[in-house]
Design a protein around this ligand. Structure first.
Ligand code: NAP
Length: 242
């Protein structure tokens, strides 16, 4: 067996380390979005496969016999395509999808379907903290002129795509106290996030709740109907049962 682990999430890192420890023959794959990715402990390939044809070619060339997809809950294109191609190729496939966050007492969350809908809630004089990443910034273009602070892990290679925006560099994890201090310092009025789920990055939501900062939560994308687990333990059990 040679397992392909599609990485790009905290769970993927834990799964990779466990597979390495077990001596499971596996190759990890990263999209190449982060310049200094965490060490996974498995042989790792980096970069897109070059579309569906490139993925099929890679599966054959590398002798992949099963795929565990632990990409991020918003990497819907990758998951949808991989689930479909694995079904076509009769290769066992499993998607690891952590449960979404749910509000707790004191949280003030509004779900929005698309980034563009944030405009309905935000006044131009307000300060917005974006925890949504670099790739979807253009979707906030209708907030041009509003102070938008986008936190990134790596320094950007391009300027903010429109006026009013600024980047802030920070590598997780961030504690609740540190997030509170930051939000106070920046005078944040709104937080916009994706409903990524997981404990590690919930700290910003707890900080927002404690400070009475309202949150716009971008709805999760639809995912294919496929074999799915929610936890690292269940993902490893799926691999061991192969
Ligand atoms: N979306 C987010 O908010 C978010 C947040 C944190 C981390 N990430 C991670 O960043 C990566 C890209 O996210 P995305 O939302 O841009 O994905 P996406 O829209 O679903 O996929 C875009 C393209 O990225 C490549 N790709 C994605 N995951 C890959 C992997 N593990 N190994 C090799 N290629 C991969 C594929 O390129 P080809 O077509 O060339 O094969 C895919 O078509 C994912 O691995 C995801 O786990 C995403």
């Amino acid at each position: 067996m040679t397992l392909l682990l599609l990485a790009g999430s905290g769970e993927a890192k834990q799964i990779a380390q466990a597979l390495a420890q077990d001596g499971t023959p596996a190759i990890a794959s990263l999209a190449g979005e982060t310049r200094r990715p965490s060490e996974l402990g498995l042989p790792t390939r980096v970069g897109g496969f070059g579309g569906a044809d490139g993925f099929r070619d890679y599966i054959h060339a590398a002798g992949i016999t099963a795929v565990l997809d632990a990409t991020h809950p918003y990497a819907a294109d990758m998951t949808t395509r991989t689930a479909r191609l694995c079904a076509e190729l009769s290769i066992p496939y499993c998607h690891v999808l952590r449960p979404p966050w749910t509000p707790e007492p004191g949280d003030d969350w509004t779900e929005i379907a698309r980034e563009e809908d944030a405009k309905t809630y935000i006044h131009s004089w307000q300060t917005v903290f974006l925890g949504t990443g670099r790739k979807t910034l253009h979707r906030f273009k209708n907030l041009e002129g509003t102070r938008l602070i986008c936190r990134l892990i790596d320094p950007p290679t391009e300027p903010f795509p429109f006026e009013g925006g600024e980047f802030l560099i920070g590598r997780p994890p961030f504690s609740v106290d540190r997030e509170k201090e930051l939000f106070r310092l920046l005078n944040v009025d709104w937080l916009i996030v994706k409903n990524a789920g997981g404990d590690a990055s919930r700290t910003k939501l707890t900080a927002a709740g404690d400070l009475g900062i309202p949150v716009l939560m971008i709805k999760r994308p639809a995912m294919p109907d496929t074999t799915r687990v929610e936890t690292v333990a269940d993902a490893l059990a799926w691999v061991r049962a192969l």
